[in-house]
Unconditional design. Structure first.
Length: 266
C-alpha cells in the first residue's frame, strides 16, 4: 500500500520513517522537505492511502477529499467536528466507498488494555463502581514551542482524548455529563494539567492528564463489586511482567501490568 504523509512535522516525520518504502510523497504547506504543498496536487494514481498528521481544523475536509477519491486514511487523534452528524456522514461515505478511516488511538493495541477489556467483558468484577486513570508525559516545552499545538483546550484534547477512547473501549458508550474538576496553565498558554470526570457514567470516571511528567506514565485503578483491576505503565514504555492475581478477603485483585521497579536517570 503506497501512502502519502500529510503534515511533515514531528509526527509526520515519524510516520514517514515507519512507512519506509511505502511512502511516496509528503505534503506540507511550509516545510521545504515536502514534495507537495496541497494534497490535491498529489496525483491520485500515486497513492492508496494517506497518513494525516495535521492540526484539527483541516482534518474533516482532508478526509472528505480522500474518501470521495477512494483513499483510506489514518488520522492523528482527536478527530472532532462541531456537529456529530458530520462524523456519521463521513463514516457512511467511507463504508459506501469501501475504504478505511481510522483515528490513531494506538493504545487500544496495548496487551494490558486488551486484558482489561476482556476482564470487564467477562463480568468477573461484578458491578463496576469507579475507574480512575492518569496519563502523563513530558512534552510541555515541545507543545509550547509548536506553532499550533499550544492553544485551545491543550492537554485535554491531546491526552484526554486517549483516556475517553480508553473508557469507551473498555466500558462501551459514555454519557455527555463530563465536568472539569480543574484545568491549570503551569508552563503553557493552553492547559497543561487537567482533571475531569463523570459521576453518572458507570463506572464513575475520574480522568487526569498532564504534560509535566519527567517520563511517560499511565495508571489505572478500577474498582468493582467482586474485585479490583490495576495497570501501571504501558508495554511500549519499558519492560513489564504478566499480570498476577491475589486474594483480598472475598475480593480478587487483578494486576494487569506490574513492571519491575527500576531507576531512570532524570
Amino acid at each position: 500500500m503506497k501512502v502519502v504523509v500529510v503534515g511533515l512535522g514531528v509526527q509526520g516525520h515519524k510516520r514517514r520513517r515507519v512507512a519506509g518504502a511505502d511512502h511516496v510523497a509528503a505534503v506540507d504547506p511550509v516545510n521545504p522537505e515536502a514534495e507537495f504543498r496541497k494534497l490535491e496536487d498529489v496525483p491520485l494514481a500515486r497513492y492508496d492511502a494517506a497518513l494525516l498528521c495535521v492540526p484539527d481544523g483541516p482534518k474533516i475536509d482532508l478526509l472528505e477529499y480522500l474518501v470521495a477519491n477512494g483513499k483510506s486514511a489514518l488520522v492523528e487523534k482527536p478527530l472532532w467536528a462541531a456537529d456529530d452528524a458530520v462524523i456519521r456522514a463521513l463514516e457512511a461515505h467511507a463504508r459506501e466507498k469501501g475504504v478505511v478511516v481510522y483515528t490513531a488511538y494506538n493504545h487500544r493495541f496495548e496487551p494490558h488494555y486488551l486484558r482489561m477489556r476482556d476482564l470487564v467483558a467477562s463480568g468477573r468484577l461484578g458491578r463496576l463502581y469507579h475507574c480512575r486513570m492518569f496519563y502523563g508525559n513530558g512534552t510541555a516545552r515541545l507543545v509550547r514551542d509548536s506553532q499550533w499545538r499550544d492553544h485551545g483546550s491543550g492537554v485535554l484534547h491531546d491526552l484526554g482524548s486517549h483516556l475517553l477512547d480508553t473508557a469507551s473501549f473498555w466500558f462501551g458508550g459514555l454519557g455527555d455529563d463530563f465536568d472539569i474538576v480543574f484545568a491549570s496553565n503551569h508552563e503553557n498558554r493552553a492547559p497543561d494539567h487537567v482533571m475531569f470526570g463523570s459521576s453518572t457514567t458507570r463506572p464513575k470516571l475520574e480522568l487526569e492528564m498532564t504534560l509535566l511528567m519527567w517520563r511517560n506514565h499511565f495508571t489505572c485503578n478500577l474498582f468493582g463489586e467482586n474485585g479490583t483491576a490495576h495497570i501501571t505503565s504501558l508495554c511500549k514504555w519499558g519492560p513489564t511482567t504478566r499480570g498476577r492475581e491475589a486474594h483480598l478477603r472475598h475480593h480478587r485483585q487483578y494486576d494487569l501490568a506490574r513492571p519491575p521497579v527500576r531507576e531512570v536517570p532524570r
